[in-house]
Write a protein that binds this ligand. Structure first.
Ligand code: GDD
Ligand code: MN
Length: 401
């Protein structure tokens, strides 16, 4: 349940309680900050977090704290109670539907923010609250659009990252991300950091799709802030409770990288082609199995083709069009996908015939040309008929006044 900290719930949005200071219509004070804190069952941490923020935030810094909460425990009630003693405004957006998990929560927070700056930090005190004014101050001083709290520059460390395994995973993920996005992540030594300040004006509508878990990576790649600064920090031990990240988050991270990397249509087409090529393996394996079981090669070809289609479908869903699946039921998507993949086979033969008979091409180049043609057609049709949203999305509906 959402908690009313200051005022009755806004009539058109019962999930959110906005104190007057947080109301976008009120206009942004210069240098003002919305501190976005995603929470999932952090009742043991919130009072201490607010207490330390109260000590850390200078009275002249116009700062509002917005908890975006997906908790299943009494965290919202605990926030309300702790907020009563706070010298700054605190709001809770409790989401009934935890869409996009941590990343989705931060995006919803960013959508609500109407201040000059947004700061994102964890609730578990692994991110030192006293650095909040420093992050924003560094941005104002240097003119940077993004200021990252980094564990990997001099003065920073990952003291609180439990165990060699977690350190290795974190380091590996950092290298992978930096290798895939050398330009977008230039100047960011710690793209996995969940602690950073960003100018609200830099956030593009494109970045407001709730998809990634690694929200800084997402914002840096999609918004391309012109100037980036870093401030070192020591990653602390969790104050209370347990980490919510799991092995599953690792898989989501890889899918997230793939989705970001294939945002460009040409990159997406290349990915589509590579996945298509990989589909030959299950296709041939199925053919071998079916013929081994005594099936005639012609029906076996048709059935085996479906194994390749299924393989391609799964990879394309997970790696390429992950963020565009919601508007159609999966059965609808696989039906359309399979239809197009098989239509490709049916179309190719007459196409070759036309190239040979009408244009006098030799069989081999005609086949190659037909392959390329049907590939491009299939890519375009798959994108348009399976993954294109039916209505334009309403990202960026937020307007600043
Ligand atoms: N709203 C919401 N929804 N919040 C969530 C969810 C969710 O599904 N999952 C986690 N959170 C909140 C937690 O309550 C906490 O405040 C914050 O997100 C970070 O979650 P942790 O579970 O503490 O993550 P971590 O410590 O393993 O990972 C942190 O450090 C990583 C670097 O090693 C995060 O800051 C990562 O972003 C960061 O990459
Ligand atoms: Mn944590």
């Amino acid at each position: 349940m959402s908690e009313d900290v200051w005022s009755p719930p806004a009539p058109n949005d019962p999930e959110l309680v906005i104190p007057a200071e947080l109301d976008p219509a009120a206009g942004a004070a210069p240098g003002s900050v919305t501190l976005i804190v995603p929470t999932f069952n952090e009742a043991g941490n919130v009072p201490e977090l607010l207490r330390r923020l109260g000590e850390a935030l200078p009275a002249h810094l116009p700062c509002e704290v917005l908890f975006v909460d997906d908790s299943t425990d009494d965290t919202p009630a605990v926030i309300e109670k702790a907020a009563a003693n706070c010298p700054f405004p605190v709001a809770v957006l409790h989401r009934a539907d935890a869409e996009g998990g941590l990343g989705g929560a931060v995006v919803e927070g960013v959508q609500r923010a109407a201040t000059d700056w947004i700061v994102v930090m964890d609730a578990d005190l692994q991110h030192p609250p006293h650095l909040v004014p420093e992050l924003v101050g560094e941005g104002i001083r240097t003119g940077a659009d993004l200021v990252v709290a980094s564990r990997y520059i001099s003065g920073g460390s990952r003291a609180g990252l439990a165990g060699g395994y977690r350190i290795a995973v974190s380091r590996g993920a950092t290298w992978l991300a930096k290798g895939l996005f050398p330009r977008a992540l230039r100047g960011i030594s710690d793209p996995m950091s969940g602690f950073f300040a960003m100018r609200r004006s830099v956030v593009t509508a494109d970045a407001l799709r709730p998809l990634g878990y690694k929200i800084l990576l997402e914002l840096a790649v999609r918004c391309r802030p012109a100037e980036v600064a870093e401030v070192p920090f020591v990653f602390q031990d969790r104050y209370s409770g347990e980490s919510k990240s799991t092995a599953r988050e690792g898989l989501r991270f890889l899918a997230h990288l793939a989705a970001l990397r294939s945002a460009h249509p040409l990159a997406r087409m290349a990915g589509f082609g590579l996945i298509g090529l990989s589909g030959f393996v299950p296709n041939l394996a199925a053919l071998w199995l079916l013929m081994g079981a005594g099936m005639h090669y012609l029906p076996a070809e048709i059935v085996a083709n479906q194994a390749g289609v299924l393989w391609n479908f799964v990879l394309i869903e997970v790696l390429l069009f992950r963020d565009r699946r919601r508007h159609r039921h999966w059965a609808d998507r696989i039906g359309r996908f399979a239809l197009l993949a098989n239509a490709d086979l049916v179309l190719r033969i007459p196409l070759i015939a036309v190239f040979v008979a009408q244009f006098g091409m030799a069989v081999l180049p005609a086949t190659a040309l037909a392959l390329v043609t049907t590939f491009v057609l299939r890519f375009a049709a798959t994108e348009a008929l399976v993954y294109l949203p039916r209505k334009p999305r309403t990202a960026g509906r937020h307007t600043r006044s």
